[in-house]
Design a protein around this ligand. Sequence first.
Ligand SMILES: [Zn+2]
Length: 429
Amino acid sequence: MDADRPQDPLLAEIARRRDDLVTLTQELIRIPTLNPPGRHYRDICEYLDARLRRAGFKTELVRATGARADSDRHPRWNIIARRDGARPGDCVHFNSHTDVVEVGHGWSVDPFGGELRDGRVYGRGACDMKGGLAASIVAAESFLARHPDFAGAIEISGTADEESGGYGGVAWLAEKGYFTPERVQHVIIPEPLGKDRICLGHRGVWWAEIETQGRIAHGSMPFLGDCAVRHMGAVLEEIERHLMPLLASRRTAMPVVPEGARHSTLNINSIHGGEPEPEPGYDGFPAPCVPDRCRIVIDRRFLIEEDIATVKAEIAAMMEHVKAERPDFSYEIRDMFEVLPSMTAREAPIVTSVAAAIERVLARAPEYVVSPGTYDQKHIDRIGRMHNCIAYGPGILDLAHQPDEWVGIDDMVDSAGVMALTLAELLVR
Ligand SMILES: [Zn+2]
């Protein structure tokens, strides 16, 4: 911030709440909301419920009953809090996921301790994304303290399961009408993209399983069978020789980061062929068989310039090409999962408001980025039909899901400032 300029009263309000912001982040980290399997969702919702009710929000705790992965043992609880202003106006919604991924190895601090060291708060979920959730809460509370007579409404949601697709969280809420353009006009998802970057959306994704099919026989007489693994070898060669260079030659106008993801990409997630891996402890030999099935799972990420029908047709054409050269070859392609690319326009009001706020808080122009992978914007966009949505929040994306994950306190304070100024821009006339 420019030291010569008198500080905006709203930013001064946030600076006064710095310790509270730190404590809030620590307390959120100490609730170990591991997903899978989806632990402590109810606990974190109750914690947020108490906090937001103190700030004058009306709250609803809703369970995504019957959603994918919801069970009585691990219920998918979500919270939606709303504070209406003094008169009609737009609604600005902050959506954060409350789940965190597994801890993994290599930590030097307690992953659920919320340790404070050198201006950073450490713990699983610190940057992805409890720091962002805390920043949005403190931003809203500071704004309410300075502008009690605002127009419109502020909503804050804490939702389940983003890390596993969002089906027990934002997707379910969007199905129930919580993200329609009639109810919500602006959405910020405080994912850890960095305090000076606005994330406009994400690439598309298609997962599919491809199975090659042969015929089982004795391994000593392979000519009596038909080896599915050899057929898959031909498929993989086709992918290496022709598909990979073709995908690498396509480049998007989307500002995807990192740079390598500005091309179409394909990952082969897994390959399985022949008899299953032996159980641990089994020290016998395998049986001699010609494998009759081989499967791969592909993860194809596509660009806004590509359409999903063409993406699928390209794989189908490749398989037909392999089939044409191999007698007896047969195969199946099974769809598993798909998400269309999403990109909010730079002229959208949430984008221009956040951009102006970044310039005021950080005295520099924002960078506009697009995420290589998807996040909950996909459901808000597609199910909710709400296209005025971005991801903006503190934290370094590369630290997400890593050991010794942390979020910087200065970054949280600055992002909270950007969020509060955005509220002022959109809700104070
Ligand atoms: Zn996240």
